[in-house]
Design a protein around this ligand. Structure first.
Ligand SMILES: Cc1cc2nc3c(=O)[nH]c(=O)nc-3n(C[C@H](O)[C@H](O)[C@H](O)COP(=O)(O)OP(=O)(O)OC[C@H]3O[C@@H](n4cnc5c(N)ncnc54)[C@H](O)[C@@H]3O)c2cc1C
Length: 379
């Protein structure tokens, strides 16, 4: 098994956590290695070579292009509720869907993002409307969303919220295990993932004390009415608040799992009923989402939702909403990938002093500008 796991996943793992969860011997642990990527480490003393982890790993499927023709309708909008907007990432469309479905008793549970004492983001179940806002907002580091997925059998009707890669993996899981209590799946648009080590390094730079046992009392991401909003982290000892933009500018693309470079899923339309992203095509400080109904179920959920104000948009607007993401995912990017890998390597080996950091930020801006430029050639 040793070589198989290594060859299939190596640093391409996106950290979904399914292999850890389904391993009958509990001998797999996902580890982040500096800024290189994520690697599933196997305790070979316990491993019995059953092959389940290899069989379920869907890291290869994220390389398939998604079919935007599957989209039934594109909408733009946001929640009607100010409190939902304040707590949300892009206007609270996802939170409004969750609250509405809990109120109507269409679902009795949902898998959303949780945070633990080591600042790890992972998936777990919420079972009521009152828990929704505690878990809203976007946490910009890799999330182990499949960590507790085996508990799914305890519920009657569930909604899954995750990134495109996680929707792919969740779909394989429910099909293989014959799970039939999934009410709907929501995909969050995603250009790239970020590793937790980047956030840890950022917090260290800001002198926020974080050891693996720091009890996190509050973690709110993209908080506030304007975008991209603030990040607030509060432990028993201290509290820190900084702009989400500052964190992203400082760490983006230096800390990304290499699997994200191979991923061609931007909206997650082919595995989810609804896809939701931030509408960067609109010049506005207000949070505003662009979202799609990809199935009849998705359309029904959106049309019956009374908490969202929305209007019809177009496929063209959807593409424009992701000036970087669309160019990155929908073009041949072999040479771009090489440059990004090179950038990550330089970031790892160079001292983090002012001058080198500045040079690397400039190099990154050039690479990102090059990616964006290709949008002019997009079909
Ligand atoms: C890592 C990441 C990258 C993203 N990249 C882009 C992008 O390039 N372009 C773009 O337009 N949008 C991107 N998004 C999506 C965007 O940030 C919003 O999540 C989306 O627009 C929904 O906003 P909302 O206000 O409706 O969601 P909210 O009502 O705030 O609800 C957000 C939901 O997302 C869940 N969630 C938060 N973090 C994670 C996570 N790490 N993994 C899984 N679930 C999570 C929460 O539990 C909550 O249920 C990204 C999100 C993440 C997490």
């Amino acid at each position: 098994m040793k070589n198989n796991v290594y060859e299939k996943v190596a640093f391409n793992c996106v950290g979904c956590g399914l292999c850890e969860t389904i391993c009958p011997k509990k001998c797999i642990k996902l580890n982040e290695v500096s800024n290189r990527g994520i690697i599933p480490c196997v305790d070979y003393k316990k491993c019995t070579n059953c092959g389940l982890c290899i069989d379920y790993c869907s890291v290869d499927l994220i390389e398939e292009k998604e079919d935007l023709n599957k989209i039934k309708h594109v909408f733009i909008g946001k929640s009607k509720d100010k409190d939902i907007i304040k707590n949300s990432a892009s206007g609270g469309v996802v939170s409004s869907i969750l609250i509405d479905l809990f109120r109507k008793k269409e679902i009795d549970a949902a898998i959303v993002a949780f945070v633990d004492e080591g600042l790890n983001i992972y998936g777990d179940f919420i079972t009521s409307e009152s828990e929704v806002l505690k878990h809203s907002g976007s946490f910009y580091h890799t999330s182990n969303m499949l960590k507790n997925v085996k508990k799914i059998k305890n519920y009657k009707s569930i909604l899954f919220v995750g990134l495109p890669c996680q929707n792919v993996i969740f779909d394989r899981f429910i099909n293989k295990y014959n799970i039939n209590n999934v009410y709907a799946k929501i995909s969050l648009t995603c250009t790239i993932g970020r590793m937790k080590n980047g956030m840890v390094e950022y917090l260290k730079e800001k002198n926020f004390q974080l050891n693996g046992n720091t009890q996190i009392l509050k973690y709110k991401s993209r908080y506030g009415v304007e975008r991209p909003g603030d990040i607030i982290i509060e432990s028993e000892e201290e509290k820190i608040e900084f702009s989400c933009e500052d964190y992203l500018v400082s760490k983006d693309y230096f800390y990304m799992p290499e699997g994200c470079l191979r991923c061609k899923k931007l909206f997650g339309v082919d595995y989810a009923d609804i896809s939701v992203g931030d509408n960067w095509g609109i010049q506005s400080r207000d949070k505003i989402a662009i979202f799609t109904a990809n199935t009849e179920r998705g359309l029904e959920i959106l049309k019956n939702n009374t908490l969202i104000e929305m209007s019809i948009s177009t496929l063209d607007e959807l593409k424009k909403s992701q000036p970087l993401g669309y160019s990155l995912k929908y073009n041949d990017r072999k040479s771009i990938n090489k440059k990004i890998k090179c950038l990550k390597y330089l970031y790892r080996i160079f001292p983090k002093d002012y001058l080198f950091t500045k040079v690397l930020y400039i190099l990154r801006s050039i690479i990102l500008a090059e990616i964006k430029k290709t949008s002019a050639n997009q079909k």
